[in-house]
Design a protein around this ligand. Structure first.
Ligand code: ZN
Length: 385
């Protein structure tokens, strides 16, 4: 949902627009042109309503961008990498690479977004009330005042990963000193609020404010999904606590030459069934690699290939530039998340440009099962006592 095309760069942060955003722009413009503006400012021509509605919609999304940039700039000041800001169906999102390092920093980074929206709302309200503006402009500022204040209040609801949920997590983190417990607590409130939004949205949908209700239900659904994902990640963190990618990387005993056919590779290198993925490299003289090939890639042949015997490993492998590389000290849970996010079957553990080994999904799952077995063994004596 956070992909999309780049429209520019501001303060070194990439601004992207997801195609779904155009959908919400059209819906919002239509809702404003036929609902909010005619009922609040009667007597304009239909064209005026549409023009003012379009300007107001675009300015609302500018406000959303300013809100997201507030998060992004605070993150940057804390030395955290910001991948970009994206406008999409539900508004905006800043892709921030990792969590802040302390509860205070987290509260600041999360709180600055709603604070910015309150300021924008207040400024718009002041302009609407006191500036000698033509009625069209005054109408736009009235809408921006309401929308920004609603945006601020909505984002302050205490369900993670909404801003309010992040503030709640920071608070729980400060009180308990345990970031993981705080994350779980805030994520569960996110699940509860998410279902609440869905229920409320459906009720509204069958009432007079149908469009807002539908939007609220969609937001609620995304919130429950995001909160559940957070809970899953927290679980993974707990299970892979202290385990690094380097510790899980199995040093590859075999290297697959790029020029052998996929059938030969399947029979020779993957026949033992131990490895799901192997590095590809022509010679054994160093630890650089050309790419990675996995069992399922051997079965997935390029469509243009007519002769199966002519399909070679290099035709189906993932080239080194497409492989996610992590340092040996990277937490295994983060490597697992990267794999999930990119849909990659494996990550390469690379130390100073040299391949240490590969970590694939199967290895991670084995480790998680090992953890489960160990915890159940640890529990047994207590149960007997
Ligand atoms: Zn925010």
């Amino acid at each position: 949902m956070t992909g999309g095309f780049k429209i520019g760069r501001l303060f070194g942060i990439e601004v992207r627009v997801n195609p779904t955003w155009f959908l919400i722009l059209v819906f919002l413009t239509a809702a404003l042109a036929t609902g909010f503006f005619p009922s609040s400012f009667p007597g304009w021509s239909p064209n005026s309503y549409w023009a003012v509605a379009l300007v107001a919609s675009v300015l609302l999304f500018v406000s959303v961008l300013v809100h997201e940039f507030a998060h992004a700039l605070v993150a940057q000041r804390q030395g955290i990498e910001v991948k970009g800001v994206t406008l999409f169906l539900l508004g905006g999102v800043a892709s921030i690479a990792k969590d802040p390092s302390s509860p205070g920093r987290e509260a600041l980074m999360a709180g600055v977004g709603p604070l910015t929206s309150f300021v924008l709302g207040g400024l718009s309200l002041a302009l609407f009330a006191y500036a000698p503006l033509p009625e069209f402009a005054a109408a736009v500022f009235l809408y921006l005042a309401i929308a920004n204040i609603v945006l601020a209040v909505f984002n302050l609801l205490p369900g993670y990963p909404l801003d309010g949920g992040r503030v709640l997590r920071a608070l729980l983190w400060r009180l308990s000193g345990d970031q993981r417990r705080a994350t779980r607590g805030a994520a569960w409130t996110g699940v509860v609020f998410g279902y609440g939004f869905i229920a409320l949205g459906l009720l509204m949908f069958f009432g007079p404010s149908g469009f807002s209700g539908l939007w609220l239900a969609v937001v609620g659904w995304f919130l429950t999904q995001a909160s559940r994902q957070t809970l899953t990640n927290a679980e993974l963190d707990a299970r892979l606590d202290g385990v690094t990618a380097g510790a899980l990387a199995h040093e590859p005993g075999r290297w697959v030459p790029p020029y052998v056919t996929v059938d030969h590779a399947a029979d020779t290198y993957f026949a033992a069934g131990e490895d799901r993925c192997l590095p590809v490299r022509p010679q054994d003289d160093d630890r650089l690699y050309d790419g990675v090939v996995c069992v399922d890639q051997l079965e997935r042949r390029p469509p243009q290939a007519k002769d199966l015997w002519a399909v070679r490993v290099r035709d189906v492998m993932t080239g080194a530039q497409g492989i996610i590389e992590v340092a040996p000290e990277t937490p295994a849970a983060e490597a697992a998340r990267l794999m999930g996010a990119e849909g990659a079957p494996a990550v390469a553990v690379v130390d100073n440009g040299r391949l240490v080994g590969l970590v694939d999904r199967a290895t991670i799952l084995r480790r998680v099962h090992l953890w489960q077995r160990r915890t159940s063994l640890r529990r047994e004596p207590r149960a007997a006592a």
